[in-house]
Design a protein around this ligand. Structure first.
Ligand SMILES: [Zn+2]
Length: 116
């Protein structure tokens, strides 16, 4: 039996994560503010986004599983941020994978890749 190698637990780089979020807010600003929370989500998903219909502060909320490693969290963030970016007033469905979503995805992807 060999010596057990310590398990590599890659730490979540919070500074980089915050940097990515502020760049997205600056370069891929959406029609409403976007709140991003890393939290516990239902086991069937890694993340999602929805519109918060608040009279005082309408916004998007993106939820990302706290359990996933950072590279996966970025993948989810890109996907969900593209939904917020492609969404327009009058469209009830925030989660359409329309051609507009695809274009938004490419824009968000580039910003995240340049930052990480
Ligand atoms: Zn989607």
């Amino acid at each position: 039996m060999g010596l057990a190698r310590p398990r590599r637990t890659k730490k979540f780089n919070k500074a980089e994560w915050k940097d990515v979020l502020s760049r997205l807010r600056y370069e891929c600003g959406c029609s409403l503010p976007v709140d991003v929370v890393r939290t516990k989500v239902p086991s069937s998903i890694y993340g999602d986004c929805h519109l918060v219909n608040s009279k005082t502060r309408p916004r998007f909320q993106i939820r990302i599983s706290k359990a996933v490693p950072q590279d996966v969290a970025y993948d989810i963030l890109i996907h969900e941020w593209a939904h917020c970016l492609a969404w327009n007033v009058g469209n009830k469905n925030v989660t359409d994978h329309s051609p507009e979503w695809g274009v938004a995805f490419a824009r968000v992807y580039c910003v995240v890749m340049e930052t990480t």
